[in-house]
Design a protein around this ligand. Structure first.
Ligand code: PLP
Length: 295
């Protein structure tokens, strides 16, 4: 089986994106978490690292988690577990047994795949179903979809340690909201955190996040749900063209599900005049590039 290097945090850096948007007074930058590893997407590694430690500490041999057939989380989990000498189990949404290059890569890292019907998948957080899974896979630590647990939030908080300038705004793509929650807890209160939901109906995420941030200020974050460009995983011509131009201009590949839509959103907000003059924006590139060339 292939060997794999663990993610290399020393490769994280901040790139400047001169000329992004119509307002030259606004300074746009990008935190390149994508540079850490080819498959273990930046934010996924942060969310997984303490889960992996928990598994090792509690003597588990394996980590079990959930995801769709194109899941950046599952592939990151397969690779990260493998790099730490653990096996992994992926419960994949949909019993139609899709097989694509993401899932093949998961298997190459030793992940055992099982397909769940959509009804079972929807029950993946029910106590009864989790108890059944524990009985069936006693050697495995069960981690929710997207690494959405306390260990995931704690790991994501460490992303703040790579933000080395007093940016006025930090932008992040939001799936489960775990990275957003961890990061909001760790950033200075004066920095605005902007979330970008890549799915239709993403407004519910603000509620999920608010419940997790009780007791903290409510005026320094918000989630935009109008930049989904057709819905989760839908890649319109506008999104593809934007990704190609962005690559030409800055030499940075964006992922088509999350960060491309976030950057389109940021550009639109700049052009709408939503940012104050002189704003300094840091956009977090959360990786996920394996999803760009699924076959
Ligand atoms: C999973 C993922 C996200 C969303 O992270 P959450 O912590 O679930 O909100 C954002 N960007 C990329 C590239 C991802 O793979």
């Amino acid at each position: 089986m292939a060997t794999i290097e663990p993610p290399d945090a020393s490769r994280i850096r901040v790139d400047s994106l001169p000329g992004f948007g119509d307002d030259n007074s606004i300074d746009v930058n990008m935190l390149r978490l994508d540079r850490m590893h080819p498959f273990i997407s930046g934010n996924k590694w942060f969310k997984l690292c303490y889960n992996i430690e928990d598994a090792i500490r509690s003597g588990k041999q394996s980590i079990l988690s959930f995801g769709g057939a194109y899941s950046n989380h599952l592939i990151a989990l397969a690779a990260a577990a493998y790099a730490r000498g653990l096996s992994s189990i992926g419960l994949v949404r949909g019993e139609e047994a899709v097989h694509n290059s993401v899932l093949a890569q998961c298997q190459a890292y030793g992940m055992q795949l099982h397909y769940l019907s959509r009804a079972h998948y929807a029950a993946k957080e029910d106590a009864g179903f989790l108890a059944e899974l524990e009985q069936h896979f006693p050697e495995a630590l069960i981690v929710p979809e997207g690494g959405a647990n306390e260990a995931g939030e704690r790991g994501a908080a460490e992303i703040a340690g790579y933000i080395d300038r007093p940016f006025s705004h930090v932008a992040l793509s939001v799936g489960t909201g775990t990275s957003f929650i961890g990061l909001r807890r760790a950033l200075p209160d004066v920095q605005q955190l902007l979330g970008f939901a890549p799915m239709k109906g993403g407004a519910y995420l603000a509620g999920t996040i608010k419940a997790k941030l009780q007791g903290l200020p409510e005026n320094n974050w918000q989630v935009y749900d109008r930049f989904h460009f057709g819905g989760f995983g839908k890649i319109s011509a506008e999104v593809s063209t934007f990704m190609a131009r962005f690559y030409e201009q800055y030499g940075v590949e964006l992922d088509r599900v999350y960060t491309a839509k976030m950057m389109l959103g940021i550009r639109q907000l700049i052009n709408e005049g939503a940012f104050p003059e002189g704003a300094q924006i840091l956009c977090i590139h959360t990786g996920g590039l394996t999803g760009n060339d699924v076959t």
